[in-house]
Design a protein around this ligand. Structure first.
Ligand code: MN
Length: 483
């Protein structure tokens, strides 16, 4: 299923590449010992290095390097044993150094890949061009005073990983799936918390359009889009704008654009700088970064099982569909929860409960998997009661809601409410006889060919037994009596 933008001159193809700035999880900054806590009072986490006082020297934070390598390995990427920090020169009020220390020609991580899990269960591979480490800038605050702007340098010097994809995406859905998957991998690795609302993951979207088979055309870059929904909207708007422009005889210019979430449109911010505008050069305060293969291998040995491998294992060991497995592994805690529920039980049933009623309750109550509405042990217990015919699947839904409400174990609720399923054939037979006797006319109609009435009889018996009759037994005995 391919995505096209319809134009007057025919169909256009969308070409998308993403640059994600992911804030490294580390207690201190990339080149200083200042803290990195989110939401601290302005300018309380600023060392002399971060404030760019004359003569201060940056010192590499080894933990940030480790996080960069770990992330590269998680992206199945090539780790470059030698990388070089370079100065990217530009002026900005919240950049006291007058340059950002980044990596340019020699990034720490080279080519890798991210496998997208599409909503229809299929997968697509998107190439990673590179990952480099760089420091964040400070923040300008324009809304604190009627005539002044303030500068907060808490963020200045915080370590970022800039992860650049190849222009391999062809629809807004793929771009959304890419961010979702990348975020999931970073969270598994513990290298970035992926919190887009707090700005710890920021997305620049490169968009161009072309006719099928053409080389790439000029792209526009949409800066700092801060939610997956906005990425989706920004791409759709920008693609339409470019197609309309070409079809009116215009040209797309290479530029940086901003997405206005209120208006749902992108607008020009500045013409795009080229690399040579930044006068990159190796930072003379920092030696080239040399890693050993042993160092990289030692980090590799500590990697957790990542979403793709976990998904494969779930498909193989639990016989789940690719779609179900993809949903479960997207979040590590959810995958763990599922595994404790599924242990020794029917995995498909465990999956249905976790992704179904359990997820719905979690969303409804605003709970998270770390603070679940029902414990894994109790959810497992409920599945056991269905499996051994103590309650029917229909009654289980009621029991589940009571579990959410009261926090009680399922067996306790079943006993208290007298919900134990009736599997006593004698009792079921008696209630079937009563239903058939009271509906003689319908029995006649059924016997003369109106098969559909069978459901009616089942319904009446279930009603008479308060939903507690074992449905399989009801069906079986009904068939016998009506036959
Ligand atoms: Mn950058």
């Amino acid at each position: 299923m391919s995505y096209v933008i319809e134009g007057e001159t025919g169909d256009w193809e969308l070409v998308i590449g993403l640059e994600v700035h992911a804030q490294v999880i580390s207690k201190s900054k990339l080149f200083s010992g200042a803290a990195t806590d989110f939401g601290a009072e302005p300018n309380t986490q600023v060392s002399l290095v971060d404030a760019a006082m004359p003569g201060m020297l940056p010192v590499i934070n080894e933990y940030c390097i480790e996080q960069g390598v770990r992330t590269g390995l998680g992206l199945k990427a090539k780790i470059n044993l030698t990388s070089v920090f370079a100065r990217k020169n530009y002026f900005y009020a919240d950049l006291p150094q007058g340059y950002q220390i980044s990596q340019y020609e020699y990034p720490i991580v080279g080519e890798g890949e991210v496998i997208l899990d599409m909503p229809d269960g299929s997968t697509r591979t998107v190439g990673i061009e590179r990952l480099h480490l760089e420091q964040d800038a400070g923040k300008s605050l324009h809304d604190q005073h009627p005539s002044k702007s303030f500068i907060d340098l808490n963020r200045s010097g915080v370590a970022l990983m800039e992860i650049v994809s190849k222009p391999d995406m062809r629809s807004p859905e793929e771009a959304a799936a890419y961010i979702t998957k990348l975020r999931s991998i970073l969270r598994y690795l513990g290298s970035c918390d992926g919190n887009m609302a707090e700005g710890s993951m920021r997305c620049d979207v490169n968009v161009s359009v072309r006719k099928a088979g053409e080389p790439y055309r000029t792209r526009a870059e949409i800066k700092n889009v801060n939610s997956i929904r906005f990425v989706h909207q920004a791409i759709e708007y920008e693609a339409r704008r470019q197609v309309d422009l070409y079809e009116e005889g215009g040209q797309v210019v290479q530029e940086t654009r901003l997405f206005d979430a209120n208006k749902g449109e992108t607008r020009s911010m500045r013409s795009k700088e080229h690399a040579h505008d930044y006068r990159y050069f190796p930072d003379p305060d920092l030696l080239p970064l040399n890693l050993t293969q042993d160092y990289v291998d030692a980090i590799k040995a500590t990697l957790p099982e990542l979403p793709d491998e976990k998904k494969e294992r779930f498909i193989r060991d639990y016989h789940l569909s690719a779609y179900d497995a993809g949903l479960l592994v997207a979040d590590q805690a959810t995958a763990d929860f599922f595994e404790s529920v599924a242990k020794g039980r029917d995995p498909k049933m465990a999956c249905n409960w976790v992704m179904g009623d359990f997820s719905a309750a979690m969303n409804r109550l605003g709970r998270t998997i770390d603070n679940p509405p029902v414990s894994a042990a109790n959810l497992g217990g409920l599945i056991d009661l269905i499996a051994d015919d103590t309650i029917s699947g229909r009654l289980a839904k009621e029991v589940f809601e009571l579990m959410v409400e009261t926090g009680k174990a399922p067996a306790v609720i079943v006993d208290e409410k007298g919900l134990r399923q009736v599997t006593d054939t004698g009792a079921i037979e008696a209630s079937i006889d009563a239903v058939l006797a009271a509906n003689g006319d319908k029995v006649e109609q059924y016997r003369s060919g109106k098969d559909k009435l069978f459901g009616f009889f089942v319904g009446q018996v279930m009603k008479a037994t308060g939903g507690k009759a074992n449905p399989a037994l009801v069906n079986e005995i009904l068939k016998k009596k009506l036959g």
